[in-house]
Design a protein around this ligand. Structure first.
Ligand code: FAD
Length: 338
């Protein structure tokens, strides 16, 4: 039996997670991953990788909860296995603190992280500018390790990987039966999506081995995330800003804000500075459509626009995308040479 040729575009955390899910769950498919850039040069590589999410306004919360839960279960199993150091996945405990009590004291993911609770007054005393806080244990997934680890899982499952920039989907229509688009911000040009836009984020890596807990300001702009190789401190959220250069003003502001939360940061050595563009969209796009390409009807599954929560939601959304590919297999046998 000839296999169904599936191509996944994109080698960030969304592309590799999706490619692995398809290759492992759908043995009738031969899966090829094409991408212009690979680790360590994707947005995913520089993300702090902390499991934490905001809400997409028009996507049913139940679906978002499932994405979070599936992703958490997947990464927790890795964190508690012998693969943890190689995959760059670890448990991480700490605090999210607020200057004012938030409207929603129980985020939708609070039941999936470990030991979610309100901070005590005693715990809050070290953060004099803040009046409310949440303590919990979540997961940190460092993509500089995780992406190569996923690739090492993809290839034995029969996956093929090639470096290539794709200018339009027509280029792929003769060589593949199903296209899976995980190109993040690249979707703006690749599929002409004007709804996807960058939210610039600058972070620093610092050497501060004495820090054991994460601290995140509830406004999402200032955070300290201790990791396997140094702590990631940040940050910025600059909508519509395409600059990839490090901004010295941002560096100064990050160091000042983080030192206010954790004074010992002023003693930490700065190891590196990095800028990434979050592939943002009002609602992430996870759906399938049939596109007319070179006279053929080709199923296309989209999985992009995860904004600041891509590492968090990668596995859950990848499983969903895999289910959409499975539906394509069932519904379009004749047309797509299936
Ligand atoms: P990317 O990693 O950008 O990958 C896109 C891929 O598509 C690349 O390989 C690219 O080369 C390829 N591509 C694009 N166009 C084409 C084309 N035309 N042809 C071929 N290939 C193409 N998320 C969290 O969950 N937790 C965090 O703590 C967190 N912290 C962050 C901190 C910062 C400073 C930033 C910037 C982001 C952070 N994020 C975090 C968000 C996270 O990084 C993104 O949501 C995630 O990386 C998106 O993954 P992706 O695979 O869609 O995109």
């Amino acid at each position: 039996m000839t296999s169904v040729r599936v191509v996944v575009v994109g080698a960030g955390v969304i592309g590799f997670s999706t490619a692995v899910c398809i290759a492992e769950a759908l043995p009738s498919c031969s899966v090829t991953l094409l991408s212009e850039k690979f680790s360590p040069d994707t947005t995913s590589d520089g993300a702090a990788g902390i499991m934490f999410a905001g809400e997409f306004p028009d996507i049913p919360l139940e679906r978002q909860r499932l994405w979070f839960k599936d992703s958490f279960d997947h990464l927790l199993a890795i964190a508690q296995s012998q693969h943890a150091p190689e995959a760059g996945v670890m448990l991480s405990s700490g605090w999210q603190i607020f200057k004012e009590v938030p409207a929603d004291k129980l985020p939708f993911w609070s039941e999936f992280v470990i030991g979610f609770r309100q901070m005590t007054d005693r715990e809050l005393r070290r953060f004099p500018d803040h009046t409310f806080g949440q303590a919990f244990t979540t997961i940190k997934c460092e993509c500089e390790s995780y992406l190569p680890w996923l690739e090492n899982r993809f290839v034995p499952a029969g996956g093929q990987v090639h470096q290539r920039k794709v200018d339009n989907l027509q280029e792929l229509s003769n060589s593949y039966d199903i296209i899976v688009n995980c190109s993040g911000l690249g979707s703006k040009l690749l599929v002409g999506d004007s709804q996807v836009y960058p939210v610039r984020g600058q972070v620093l890596k610092v050497e501060a081995p004495w820090l054991q807990h994460f601290i995140r300001d509830g406004d999402g702009k200032t955070y300290i995330y201790p990791g396997i190789h140094g702590a990631t401190i940040g940050g910025t959220r600059q909508e519509g800003d395409w600059r990839l250069e490090v901004d010295e003003g941002d560096t100064k502001s990050i160091l000042e804000r983080c030192s206010r939360l954790e004074p010992s940061i002023s003693k930490a050595k700065v190891l590196s500075e990095w800028v990434g563009l979050r592939p943002s969209r009002r609602n992430l796009r996870l759906e399938r459509e049939v596109v007319q390409l070179q006279g053929r009807q080709v199923p296309v599954v989209h999985n992009y626009g995860h904004g600041g929560w891509g590492v968090t939601l990668a596995w859950g959304t990848a499983l969903d995308a895999m289910s959409l590919v499975r539906q394509c297999l069932r519904e379009k046998p004749a047309q797509a040479k299936l």
